[in-house]
Design a binder for this molecule. Structure first.
Ligand code: PEP
Ligand code: MG
Length: 891
C-alpha cells in the first residue's frame, strides 16, 4: 500500500523516487530542503495517492486518511512542542496544495488552521499581541469560508466596512472587545447566509480544509491547465501541512526571495529582496517596503532580521546540490530563518547562458550539462538583430515595441501569402489589423509581425514573444486597405510584396529593407557554442545563396552550404530578363543564346560563394521551380519583356498561358526541367565547375563542389543529369587544363525516391532530404495551401503539430529512416543530410540524430540553434543508448 502521509522536518524527510509526482512540487521541494538539513518548518505532505484513494472527494475524507492525519498531528505536536487547541502554545498550521507541475486554479493556501474563539486569545497572550492574533484569525475565517463554504470574499469586506462605520475605527478594531464583535458578525454571517458553522475543533478545521483542497482539482482553471500541459486527470494533487511561521509579527520577522547568483554577471553573490514583517493594520498583505538583498549582502547585515550569513550558506548548499542557480522563498519569524520553497532561478535567455558557462568554469557542472540547460529556441532572443542606423531610413510609423528584435521582409496580408513566400525562402512580415489564433501558423513562418491595432499584451504581442519573433503592434498611423491590398502610411502607399522593416525593440516601422546588424557572437555565447561543437556529431550547414547570407552563416558557425537554391539568383536586375528570354525562346538555339548571358552571372555568383566558404563544402542545387514562377505577372512587365525580346505582347501572353500548370509543384519542375532542357544543366554545371576552378586558384583552398539534382524519383533521371554534368566537367577541365573533384547527389523529396533509395544511392555521392517537398508529397498536402486548414487540424488535436515545421516522425520520419537504411546498404559511405526547413527545428534535429544523418542545413540565423540542438541530441542519444557515435564525415 503506498504511503499516504510523508512527514518532514529539518534533517529528516521521507522521500520517494518520484517525489514531485507523489508529493507535488511544494511537498517534494520541502522534503528536499529538509533532507539537506536546511531549516524548514516541520510538517507533512498528504500524497497524491491519498487524493486518488479519496477520489478527490470534497466533503468527507476516508476513514484511513483521517486516522493517519490524527497520528501526523500527534507527531507534529511532539516535534513542535505545541498542541492543537492547546491551553498554551497552540499549534497553528498552514495548508498548501500543489501538483507535479505548476497548476493555477488549485486551492489557495489556508493559514492559521487551529485558531478558534479560544486559541486566538491564547496566541494573543503568548505573543503579547492581540491585534496580530485577531488579524490572523480573521484571515483564517475568510479563507476557510471561501475554500470550504464557497463564500464570496466581498461579503466579508462588506461586514467589515459596516462594522467600521458602526464602531467608528479607521482600519481595524482597536480593542479586543472590538475584534470579538467583528468575529461574532463573521460567525453570524456564516450561519445565516452560508448555512454552516466554523468548526471550533482544529482537527475538524484541518480535515475540512484538506477535503476542500482535494476538491479544488476540479476547478475549471485547473482542468484547463491540465489539458494544456497534458497532465492526466487522475494524477491528483498533494496537500502540504506545516507549522505556521509568524513572519508578519514584528521587526524581527519578514519574508523574501533569495537568488544564489547575480544573474547578470553570473557571479556567486546573493541577490533578491525581502520585506520586514510587523505589518500594521493599514498594510495587511501589501504596501511594505521592499529591500534589496544584494545591497545588503554587499554592505553587511544591517536591517536584515535574521542571520544573513546563514541564509547565504543555505542557498549555496542548495545550489551546489542541484548544480544550478537557485531561488529560495524564505520566511523569518522572530529572528528564526526558514526556507519555504526553492526553484531554479528564473532568468532571461542571456542570463541562462551566462550562468551555465559560469557554473562550468566553477566546476559545478560539466559542459554537457550546460548544453542541456539552454533551450535552443531561446538563442533567438539573445541573437536579436538591430537596425543599422543610417540617415536615410524612412520611418512609416511608430507603435508598441511588442517583441524585441528587428526584421525585414515582404509585406504579406494573409497567412496564405506568408506561407507561399516563406516556402520560397523569402523573408516576410505578416501585416494584420490584429491577429487571432488562426494566424499563429503564419506568425511562425513570418520573420516579423506588424499589427495596426493592439498593445503589448495583444494576441500578436503575446504569441510573438512566445515564439521569439519581432513584433510591433498598435501603429495607429498605418492603415490596411483590404480592397486595394495596400498599406497606407499617410500619402505613402505600399503594396503586398513591398519590403518593410520592423523594429520590435523600438516600435518603428521603416520603409524598405533596412540593413540589420546581429550582435557579436563572443563571450559566453561563443563559449557555449564551443561546448556544443565539441559535443555534437552532426555537421551544421546553411541554406544560403547570397554572399551576405553566406557570410552571416559563417559568422554563426556554419560548416558549409547545404543548399544553394540557384533559382533565387535569377530574380535580380537584368538576370530575370535573360531568364525570361530563355524560357520564352521557341527552340534550343534561342535557349542557348539566353543561357550564354546567364553563364557569366552564375559563374561569378558561385565563385564568390566558394571564396566566402573557403574550401568548406557547398551544395548547389540545379534549377528546381516550375518556369512560370519567373514569368511576368503585371501588364507593364509583360510589355517590357515583349519589347526586350522584340516580340508581340500577345505572343508573350500566349507563352505564359501555355506554361500554366494545374499543379505546378507536381508539374514540370526539378530534374524534369533538366531532362526537357539539358542545356540548362549544361550551363549550370559549367558555371559551377569553372567557378570552382577560379575560386580554388584565387584562394588556394581546394573547392569540391557538390551538385545536387532536385525532385528525383527514378534512378534514370539522376543518371541522365549526371551524365550531362560529367560531360561538361570533363570538357571544362580539359579547356582549363586543371582537374578538380566534385560530387553529384540528389535531393530525396519524393516517396518513390525513398522506396528506391538503394538503387538511387548507387548513382549518388550524397542524399539531401528535402523535407518540405517530402512532407508535401507524403501527406498529399500542398505546402502552399496547407495554412488554410492545418491550424484547424492542430486546434482539433488531429495533428499534434504542423508537419512542415517539425518532422512527422511516424510517417515522413519512418520513410527517411527507411531511405537511410537502404542507401547505406548499397553505398555505405554515402553522405546524408537534410535541407528542408526542419533542418533548423530542434525537435526534428533530435530525430535526425537518431536516424544517423551526417548533417543538417538551415537558414543562416538558425545555425547557432541547430548547433546547440545537435549537441543536445547527441548527448541525449548517447546517454539513452549508452554509446557515443562517431562522425562519419567532416560536415
Ligand atoms: C525541400 O523541398 O525541402 C527543399 C529544401 O527544397 P525547396 O524548399 O526549395 O523545394
Ligand atoms: Mg524541394
Amino acid at each position: 500500500m503506498p504511503k499516504r502521509i510523508f512527514p518532514f522536518r529539518r534533517g529528516e524527510a521521507d522521500r520517494t523516487a518520484d517525489a514531485a509526482e507523489a508529493l507535488g512540487l511544494k511537498g517534494a521541494n520541502l522534503a528536499l530542503l529538509a533532507s539537506l538539513d536546511l531549516p524548514v518548518p516541520p510538517g507533512f505532505t498528504i500524497a497524491t495517492f491519498a487524493w486518488r484513494e479519496a477520489k478527490g472527494a470534497g466533503s468527507e475524507l476516508p476513514q484511513a486518511l483521517r486516522a493517519e492525519l490524527r497520528s501526523a498531528i500527534d507527531w507534529l505536536e511532539g516535534v513542535t512542542g505545541r498542541r492543537f487547541n492547546g491551553d498554551a502554545k497552540p499549534l497553528l498550521l498552514a495548508v498548501r496544495t500543489s501538483a507535479r507541475v505548476q497548476m493555477p486554479g488549485l486551492a489557495e493556501s489556508v493559514l492559521d488552521v487551529g485558531l478558534n474563539d479560544r486559541t486566538v486569545d491564547v496566541v494573543a497572550a503568548e505573543l503579547n499581541d492581540a491585534a496580530f492574533a485577531y488579524r490572523s484569525y480573521r484571515r483564517f475565517i475568510e479563507s476557510y469560508a471561501a475554500l470550504v463554504l464557497g463564500a464570496d470574499p466581498a461579503e466579508f469586506e462588506e461586514i467589515a466596512d459596516l462594522d467600521r462605520e458602526r464602531a467608528g475605527y479607521d482600519h481595524e478594531p482597536e480593542t479586543v472587545a472590538g475584534w470579538r464583535a467583528l468575529i461574532a458578525r463573521y460567525h453570524e454571517h456564516i450561519e445565516a447566509e452560508l448555512g454552516a458553522i466554523l468548526p471550533q475543533t482544529p482537527l475538524e478545521q484541518l480535515t475540512a480544509v484538506v477535503a476542500a483542497s482535494f476538491a479544488s482539482w476540479r476547478n475549471p482553471v485547473a482542468v484547463a491547465h491540465r489539458h494544456l500541459q497534458g497532465v492526466p486527470e487522475n494524477a491528483g494533487l498533494a496537500v502540504t501541512v506545516h507549522a505556521m511561521i509568524f513572519n508578519e509579527r514584528n521587526q524581527k520577522s519578514g519574508r523574501g526571495r533569495a537568488v544564489s547568483r547575480d544573474l547578470a554577471s553570473g557571479q556567486s553573490r546573493l541577490s533578491g529582496e525581502f520585506t520586514l514583517g510587523a505589518r500594521g493594520a493599514n498594510e495587511i498583505g501589501h504596501g511594505a517596503p521592499v529591500h534589496d538583498l544584494s545591497e545588503l549582502a554587499a554592505g553587511g547585515q544591517d536591517g536584515f532580521p535574521a542571520d544573513l550569513a546563514e541564509l547565504t550558506r543555505h542557498v549555496r548548499r542548495l545550489e551546489a546540490h542541484v548544480g544550478d542557480a537557485v531561488e529560495v522563498d524564505f520566511m523569518i519569524g522572530d529572528g528564526a530563518l526558514f526556507l519555504m520553497q526553492s526553484r531554479p532561478a528564473r532568468r532571461t535567455a542571456g542570463e541562462a547562458i551566462r550562468v551555465a558557462v559560469e557554473l562550468v568554469a566553477e566546476g559545478l557542472i560539466d559542459e554537457g550539462e550546460a548544453i542541456l540547460r539552454i533551450d535552443p529556441a531561446s538563442l533567438d532572443l539573445v541573437l536579436h538583430p538591430t537596425i543599422a542606423r543610417s540617415a536615410d531610413l524612412v520611418v512609416l510609423g511608430r507603435g508598441m515595441p511588442a517583441s524585441p528584435g528587428a526584421a525585414t521582409g515582404e509585406i504579406a496580408f494573409s497567412v496564405d501569402r506568408v506561407q507561399a513566400r516563406a516556402n520560397e525562402g523569402r523573408p516576410v512580415i505578416l501585416v494584420r489589423n490584429e491577429t487571432s489564433p488562426e494566424d499563429i501558423h503564419g506568425m511562425h513562418l513570418a520573420d516579423g509581425v506588424l499589427t495596426i491595432r493592439g498593445g503589448t499584451t495583444s494576441h500578436a504581442a503575446v504569441v510573438a514573444r512566445g515564439i521569439g519573433k519581432p513584433c510591433v503592434t498598435g501603429v495607429g498611423s498605418l492603415r490596411i486597405n483590404a480592397e486595394a491590398g495596400t498599406l497606407n502610411a499617410g500619402v505613402r502607399v505600399l503594396k503586398e510584396g513591398d519590403r518593410i522593416t520592423i523594429d520590435g525593440s523600438s516600435g518603428e516601422v521603416i520603409e524598405g529593407a533596412a540593413a540589420l546588424r546581429r550582435p557579436a557572437l563572443t563571450g559566453d555565447f561563443a563559449r557555449l557554442m564551443q561546448f556544443a561543437d565539441r559535443a555534437r556529431r552532426m555537421g551544421v550547414r546553411t541554406n544560403a545563396e547570397t554572399p551576405a547570407e553566406a557570410r552571416a552563416a559563417r559568422a554563426f558557425g556554419a560548416e558549409g552550404i547545404g543548399l544553394c537554391r540557384t533559382e533565387h539568383m535569377f530574380f535580380e536586375g537584368d538576370r530575370i530578363q535573360a531568364m525570361r528570354e530563355m524560357i520564352l525562346a521557341t527552340d534550343e538555339n534561342g535557349r542557348r543564346a539566353a543561357l550564354d548571358k546567364l553563364l557569366p552571372i552564375q559563374r561569378s555568383d558561385f565563385t564568390e560563394l566558394f571564396e566566402i566558404m573557403a574550401g568548406l563544402p557547398v551544395t548547389i542545387r540545379l534549377l528546381d521551380p516550375p518556369l512560370h514562377e519567373f514569368l511576368p505577372n503585371s501588364e507593364s512587365e509583360i510589355a517590357e519583356t515583349a519589347a526586350m525580346l522584340s516580340v508581340d505582347e500577345a505572343a508573350v501572353r500566349q507563352r505564359i498561358a501555355g506554361l500554366q500548370e494545374f499543379n505546378p509543384m507536381l508539374g514540370h519542375r526539378g530534374c524534369r526541367l533538366a531532362i526537357s532542357y539539358p542545356e540548362i544543366v549544361e550551363m549550370q554545371a559549367r558555371a559551377i565547375v569553372e567557378a570552382a576552378i577560379d575560386a580554388g586558384q584565387k584562394t588556394g583552398s581546394t573547392v569540391v563542389p557538390e551538385i545536387m539534382v532536385p525532385l528525383v524519383s527514378l534512378r534514370r533521371e539522376l543518371d541522365f543529369v549526371k551524365e550531362r554534368v560529367d560531360e561538361v566537367a570533363r570538357l571544362v577541365m580539359a579547356e582549363r587544363g586543371r582537374r578538380i573533384g566534385y560530387h553529384v547527389g540528389t535531393m530525396i523529396e519524393l516517396p518513390r525516391a525513398i522506396v528506391r533509395a538503394d538503387t538511387i544511392a548507387e548513382a549518388a555521392d550524397f542524399f539531401s532530404f528535402g523535407t518540405n517537398d517530402l512532407t508535401q508529397t507524403v501527406y498529399g498536402i500542398s505546402r502552399d495551401d496547407a495554412a488554410n486548414f492545418l491550424s484547424t487540424y492542430v486546434r482539433q488535436g488531429i495533428l499534434e503539430r504542423d508537419p512542415f515545421q517539425t518532422v512527422d516522425v511516424d510517417g515522413v520520419g519512418e520513410l527517411i529512416a527507411m531511405a537511410v537504411e537502404k542507401a547505406r546498404r548499397t553505398r555505405p559511405d554515402i553522405m546524408l543530410g537534410v535541407c528542408g526547413e526542419q533542418g533548423g527545428d530542434p525537435a526534428s534535429i533530435a530525430f535526425f540524430e537518431e536516424t544517423g544523418l551526417d548533417y543538417v542545413s538551415c537558414s543562416p540565423f538558425r545555425v547557432p540553434i541547430a548547433r546547440l540542438a545537435a549537441a543536445q541530441s547527441a548527448i541525449r542519444f548517447s546517454r539513452a543508448s549508452g554509446r557515443p557515435r562517431a562522425r562519419r564525415h567532416d560536415a
